[in-house]
Design a protein around this ligand. Sequence first.
Ligand code: DGJ
Length: 362
Amino acid sequence: MRKFITLVLLLAAAMTSRAAEPVMPTVKGEPFIASDGKHINAHGGAILLHDGTYYWYGENRGDGTPGKGQKGVACYTSTDLKNWDNKGIVLAVTDSVGAPLERGCIIERPKVVYNPATGKFVMWFHHELKGVGYGSAYSGVAVSDSPTGPFVHLNSGRINPGIYPENLPEEYRKIQWPKDMEWWTPEWRKAVEKGMFTVRDLDGGQMARDMTVFVDDDGKAYHVYSSEENLTLNIAELDSTYTRHTGRYIRIFPGGHNEAPALFKHNGTYWMITSGCTGWAPNEARLMKADNIMGDWTQLPNPCRGEGAKTTFDSQSTAVAHFGDRYTFMADMWNPKNLADSRHLWLPIKFDADGTPYITKD
Ligand code: DGJ
């Protein structure tokens, strides 16, 4: 009898702790109000869980004026994933003329990971220098001892200068491509596939725009970014500090035009949700999978189902949050006229019997 009572008590305790585990709310584009009474101004971001607190980092778009007013990277915290406190700007733009983070630069898609070996919080972000539009195609990296900053900018630049991707065949590395090939012709597509832009950018490093960072179960971190004029995704390994690239990287889906990568692992399989490239306008999401993060990757149909699936329910992926056994698709419903007021879409990811993830809005 005593054994039975102990078992019942243990079961009850397990159920209570399961019930107490925070669940991400479903968010469908309504204003997401923080404790300051304002819509959460953190876009293109992701959530980090550290010591029982959730940290949501994203682009602060100032008052929303297009092309102006970006203050840096915002951080909000929560213990229940529903109520969020604004912790302010944790990586700030500066008024120092000529500095890489000079006000007017573009900071997009920040992702923060914790490195237990160094005790540092590491932020990677897409960085465009002031005054060049999207011409820099840099990635920036910043570190902090505290999850709420201030993050100190280490550097920004293109990726892995002088190093070929490990899956670019030897015979393609030395091809001399004509400089003025007309875009979108069959010859041009073949040239893109064979690494024309990789070779073009070899010396200065590969372009990097939309991006994410993924930390695997073994503690290794990877930087995933849209490269080659947004035509090709790269997956690049980070070193043990998470602040530098090791030089190992692969190209995937050359010419596939993928942006907004959101990577997660479920039952040993790597999954990635991306978007196409249509500026701020929504388009149809894509799904890819791999048994090994460094390839090969396979493309599958759109993971969104039901009404609105063709436009990812009017959104664009930014991250997949994985807490406990729950996976949540996080996306931005961009409002290019007022980016600060872009709304958030959080939908639970479901899995088919064969393990394929899918998303519905209902
Ligand atoms: C699509 C990207 O996913 C966004 O992060 C942003 O760079 C816009 N393009 C700009 O048009």
